[in-house]
Design a binder for this molecule. Structure first.
Ligand code: 6PG
Length: 250
């Protein structure tokens, strides 16, 4: 399938994703002098961040001109064990020379609506520094990393939530009934402005949802991950376990 790259196992997938991260940094740093990367939460990217923290990888990134953001955050303090910021800080950011001012976390500890507003203001300020031709403000992230939930969610865009219909705001605060919790998330509108979007999907548990997302003829048409159709490049980096149902004909 086009734009799907299958890796033999999770270890190869993690390496492939770390190499794709480094590859995504090259052109922005050369042509615009900075690299903006949106990190994903959850467990899958942990191994990618650990690899990027290793010298063989980290020395290939100019961290002084790299800015990191998050695709979503749980509404909890940054030190909470479930914090997406906390996971990235522990596995990657505390090991590389990225300036503190280049780390743009979502304030999960604040009131969700206020945190969403503040994060959106941060993004507006960041991208206003490099306006598109015509001055239009676009969330032109150089790279967005995304995961995939077994219900077809990505970032914190969950099935049946209002954030899915958001066409103009870049950030939404969303109470997720399925989790009985608030989340803050980039909207599909913001993600689709990105120059490059990489989904990273691993494991047999994701095989069925990956098939449904990538093969709409299977009947799924309204899964949140299917809203991600960036004008830029979209690639799925998956391991063989996650891809195991992709070619079944049932
Ligand atoms: C989060 C993520 C979420 C994640 C998927 C997959 O905050 O949890 O943004 O979208 O990517 O739920 O999670 P796993 O990688 O843990 O399977």
């Amino acid at each position: 399938m086009k734009n799907v790259e299958i890796f033999r196992d999770k270890s190869c997938l993690m390496r492939g994703a770390a190499e794709a991260f480094i590859d995504a940094a090259g052109e922005p740093l050369r042509s615009r002098g900075r690299f903006s990367a949106v990190l994903s939460g959850g467990e899958t990217p942990r191994g990618v961040y650990e690899l990027l923290a290793a010298e063989a990888f980290s020395e290939k990134i100019d961290w002084s001109r790299t800015h990191v953001f998050w695709g979503d955050e749980r509404c909890i303090p940054p030190g909470h064990r479930d914090s997406n910021y906390g996971m990235a800080a522990k596995t990657l950011l505390s090991h590389v020379p990225i300036p503190e001012g280049n780390v743009h976390r979502i304030a999960g500890e604040e009131n969700p609506e206020e945190a969403a507003h503040d994060y959106q203001e941060t993004l507006h300020r960041f991208f206003a520094e490099s306006p598109e031709r015509g001055g239009e403000l676009r969330a032109r992230f150089d790279l967005v990393l995304l995961g995939l939930g077994v219900d077809g969610h990505t970032a914190s865009l969950f099935p049946g939530t209002g954030a899915l219909a958001e066409k103009t705001r870049w950030v939404a605060a969303q109470y997720v009934n399925a989790l009985n919790a608030w989340r803050i998330t980039l909207t599909a509108a913001a993600i689709n402005d990105a120059r490059r979007v990489l989904f990273i999907v691993s494991g047999k548990a994701k095989a069925e949802i990956l098939r449904r997302v990538l093969q709409p003829e299977s009947g799924a048409k309204d899964l949140p991950a299917q809203l991600i159709r960036p004008a830029g490049l979209l690639r799925w980096l998956v391991d063989e376990d996650a891809a195991s149902l992709l070619f079944s004909r049932e």
